[in-house]
Design a protein around this ligand. Structure first.
Ligand SMILES: Nc1ncnc2c1ncn2[C@@H]1O[C@H](COP(=O)(O)OP(=O)(O)OP(=O)(O)O)[C@@H](O)[C@H]1O
Ligand SMILES: [Mg+2]
Length: 255
């Protein structure tokens, strides 16, 4: 099994001397190719900080991180921007679609800089539009589609480059339950069909129940890992709720 992400002893301290805050402490974890992994934990636990570090948007104070065999901590800014563009896909809560472009134009935007042939681009767009159920809105502009459709368009844009790793921070956070389920089904389908590797931060136990493994963090440290293995989604959902309850003190939307 190929390891896509390997983190060893990652620490993150914010602030200057005398006013420091340890957001992450000795985080070590690894994600295999084709895994769909969730990260959960109370508000302020350090989930977004960790995801931002994996996204190369932020840097760790210490620790080692390799993604698809490359040491991302040592990379200079120029290499990092290539790396982000070629290897990573991002899905965030605010969709970041460009209003002056159609859905289709938004989706192919990341390929504009690449040398992918036009026929290949068209093929990818059609495949992705089917996976995410947005074929009928490809020619619409973002202000004419719903929040759920926007999020699926943003997810499509994140995966059109066939990234090694898809990073999602609360992708269902702004969606109603029907749109959330639809996005999760699509991500699940993508994960199974393409062996895409997905790391998703979520507050929502229902969203996390779509994952194959959930990593819980508390106060910047690993708290527990829960594999879905052998459980139905409903049983897994129940186990996730149990761990959230044992985490205590948090503000979970789903509990
Ligand atoms: N740039 C920063 N400077 C100082 N402290 C920060 C910074 N970013 C985050 N923190 C602190 O680090 C801790 C972890 O924040 P983070 O955003 O990772 O939490 P989270 O688990 O994503 O929470 P939520 O579920 O509310 O999104 C918080 O206490 C936060 O205040
Ligand atoms: Mg967060």
């Amino acid at each position: 099994m190929k390891t896509i992400l390997q983190a060893n002893n990652v620490n993150k301290i914010f602030g200057a001397k005398g006013n420091q805050y340890t957001a992450l402490q000795s985080i070590s974890l690894s994600i295999n190719e084709g895994e769909f992994v969730g990260i959960m934990g109370p508000s302020g636990a350090g989930k977004s900080t960790l995801l931002n570090i994996f996204s190369t948007i932020d840097t760790p104070t210490s620790g080692k991180i390799t993604i698809d065999g490359e040491n991302i901590v040592a990379m200079n800014e120029e290499k990092l921007s290539d790396f982000r563009r070629n290897k990573l896909g991002f899905i965030f809560q605010d969709y970041n679609l460009l209003d002056t472009l159609t859905v289709k134009e938004n989706i192919v935007l990341p390929l504009a800089l690449s040398k992918v042939p036009a026929a290949e681009i068209e093929k990818r767009v059609q495949e992705i539009a089917d996976t995410f159920g947005i074929r009928q809105i490809l020619d619409k502009y973002p202000y004419h589609i719903s929040g759920g459709q926007k999020q699926r368009a943003a997810a499509s844009r994140a995966i059109v480059t066939h990234p090694s790793l898809i990073l999602a921070d609360e992708p269902t956070g702004a969606l109603d339950s029907k749109s959330a389920a639809s996005l999760l089904e699509s991500l699940s389908k993508l994960n199974q069909a393409n062996q895409s590797t997905i790391l998703m931060v979520t507050h929502d136990a229902y969203a996390a129940s779509y994952c194959q493994r959930v990593i819980f963090i508390k106060d910047g440290q690993l708290f527990q890992e829960l594999p879905q293995e052998g459980l139905t989604r409903k049983e897994f959902f129940g186990r996730i709720l149990e761990v959230l309850a044992s985490l205590g003190g948090g503000h979970h939307d789903a509990v």
